[in-house]
Design a protein around this ligand. Structure first.
Ligand code: SAM
Length: 381
C-alpha cells in the first residue's frame, strides 16, 4: 500500500470502462487482478466508481458483488481486502490532498468505525507527529479500554464466552471463609444471561448468601426479587429448609429462575470409602436426591422459567460418573430443554485433583481428577 508502489502501478491501471450491459463478474475479476496488490486506494476507487453503481443497477448488494468477485477462480484479492479498499476510498476520496502519509488513512478507514473518532485521531497524529506505529498502538489501546469499560459497566466481570474463570472471588459477594462459597462473578454472569427485570429467583442452597449479595449490591440486578433457603442458614435473609425432606417451599408455577449450587457431598465420594465398590450405590444415591430436586424445580417454575445447576463429574481410580450428563437426563425426563452449558475451571486452590491423584498414586493406579465444574441451564416448556 506504499505510495511508491501506488505510483509505480498507476501506469498499469485498467481503463475500467464498464457499461451496465457489459457487467460480468468474470470481467470485473480480470480487471481487478491487473491492479497492483498494494494499490488499495486505486482499487477502492475502481470498486466505488465503477463496480458498485453497476452492481446496484443489477439489483445486487455491495457485499454480495464483492463476495462473488472474490470467489472467482484466480482472483488475488480476498473479500476482506476488497471490502477494506472500498471503505478506504469511501472515507478518503481526497487522500492525496491530506497531510498524513496514505497508510495512516488506510488504517483509520479500516480500523475506526466512527467519522468523529477518525477525525480526532488524524488531528492528534498531526499535532503530536505520530508514527504509524503510534497510531496503531493508540487505536488498539483505546479499543481495549472500551471493551473493559463495556465489561465493567454492569459492575462485575461480564464474560462473553462459555469458559468462566476468575483469578479471585469478588470479596463483595458471599462470606470469604464459607466452605463451598461460589465466586460471585459466576452467579452474576448466570443472572445476567438467564434472568430479566422483575424476575423472582430462588436459591435452595444459599450457603453464605452470594446470590442475595449480587442482587442487593449490583444496581443492574436490583429489580430482581429473591428467596434464599439452606439447611443451615447463616444470615437473616436465608430461611431454614432441607430440600431433600421438604422440597422447595414455594407455590407451584410462581418462580422465574432457580440457582442450584448443591453441596459437594451430594456428588463427591467420601475419600475414606472404596468408591469403586460403591460406584453404583453413589450413582443411585445421586439419582434419588436429584430426581426429587428436579421434580420440585419443575413444580415451582413458571412455564418458560429456568434452572441452572453447578455440577461436576466424579473420578475415582479407573471409574468415573458423568454427573453433568446424569443431571441433564433427569431434567430432560421432566420435559426441560437444555439451553446453556458453561465451563467453570477451578483455581488451583479450589482443586481437589492433586489429592485424588495422590491417593491414586499410593494405590498404584493412573487416575484423573475433575478440575472443572459445569453450569448447566434448563428451561421449563
Ligand atoms: C455449595 S454450598 C452453597 C454455597 C453458596 N452458593 C455460596 O456461594 O455461599 C451448599 C449449601 O447447601 C446447604 N445444604 C446441604 N444440604 C442441604 C439440604 N438438604 N437442603 C438445603 N441445603 C442444604 C449447605 O448448608 C451449604 O450451605
Amino acid at each position: 500500500m506504499a505510495t511508491k508502489a501506488k505510483k509505480k502501478s498507476s501506469a498499469k491501471r485498467p481503463t475500467a470502462k464498464l457499461e451496465v450491459r457489459d457487467f460480468s463478474i468474470a470481467e470485473l475479476a480480470r480487471e481487478l487482478n491487473s491492479f497492483n496488490i498494494d494499490n488499495y486506494w486505486d482499487l477502492g476507487k475502481f470498486l466505488v466508481d465503477k463496480v458498485m453503481p453497476t452492481a446496484r443497477k443489477q439489483g445486487m448488494f455491495e457485499d454480495q458483488v464483492l463476495k462473488m468477485i472474490s470467489s472467482q477462480p484466480g482472483i488475488k484479492f480476498p473479500f476482506s481486502i476488497l471490502k477494506q479498499c472500498q471503505q478506504y476510498y469511501t472515507y478518503y476520496p481526497d487522500v492525496k490532498k491530506r497531510s498524513l502519509p496514505e497508510v495512516f488513512y488506510f488504517d483509520l478507514a479500516t480500523k475506526v468505525d466512527e467519522t468523529k473518532h477518525r477525525d480526532h485521531y488524524e488531528k492528534m497524529a498531526l499535532e503530536y507527529k505520530w508514527t504509524i506505529s503510534d497510531l496503531r498502538k493508540k487505536i488498539h489501546d483505546d479499543g481495549l479500554a472500551r471493551r473493559i469499560d463495556e465489561r465493567t459497566k454492569y459492575g462485575f466481570d461480564l464474560r462473553e464466552r462459555n469458559v468462566w474463570t476468575f483469578d479471585t472471588s469478588d470479596p463483595r459477594f458471599g462470606k470469604p471463609n464459607f466452605k463451598g462459597r461460589i465466586s460471585g462473578q459466576i452467579v452474576a454472569n448466570a443472572l445476567y444471561y438467564y434472568t430479566k427485570s422483575g424476575d423472582y429467583i430462588v436459591d435452595p442452597f444459599a450457603g453464605s448468601g452470594t446470590l442475595a449479595d449480587i442482587v442487593d449490591i449490583l444496581p443492574h440486578f436490583n429489580d430482581r426479587k429473591y428467596k434464599l433457603y439452606d439447611a443451615n442458614p447463616i444470615d437473616e435473609r436465608i430461611s431454614r429448609n432441607n430440600v431433600l425432606l421438604t422440597g422447595i417451599p414455594e407455590q407451584s408455577g410462581t418462580v422465574d429462575y432457580i440457582f442450584l449450587d448443591p453441596p459437594a457431598e451430594f456428588t463427591q465420594k467420601d475419600s475414606s470409602s472404596d468408591f469403586e465398590v460403591s460406584l453404583e450405590a453413589a450413582r443411585a444415591d445421586f439419582l434419588l436426591k436429584f430426581k426429587g430436586i428436579i421434580r420440585e424445580c419443575s413444580r415451582v417454575l413458571k412455564s418458560g422459567g429456568k434452572a441452572s445447576i453447578v455440577i461436576e463429574p466424579a473420578f475415582a481410580g479407573k471409574e468415573f460418573i458423568d454427573f453433568p450428563n446424569e443431571v441433564t437426563q433427569l431434567f430432560k425426563e421432566q420435559g426441560f430443554k437444555e439451553i446453556g452449558k458453561v465451563y467453570l475451571p477451578k483455581r488451583s486452590s479450589e482443586s481437589a485433583m492433586k489429592i485424588a491423584a495422590g491417593i491414586a498414586e499410593v494405590k498404584g493406579i493412573k487416575a484423573l481428577g475433575s478440575d472443572c465444574r459445569e453450569l448447566l441451564t434448563f428451561q421449563k416448556p
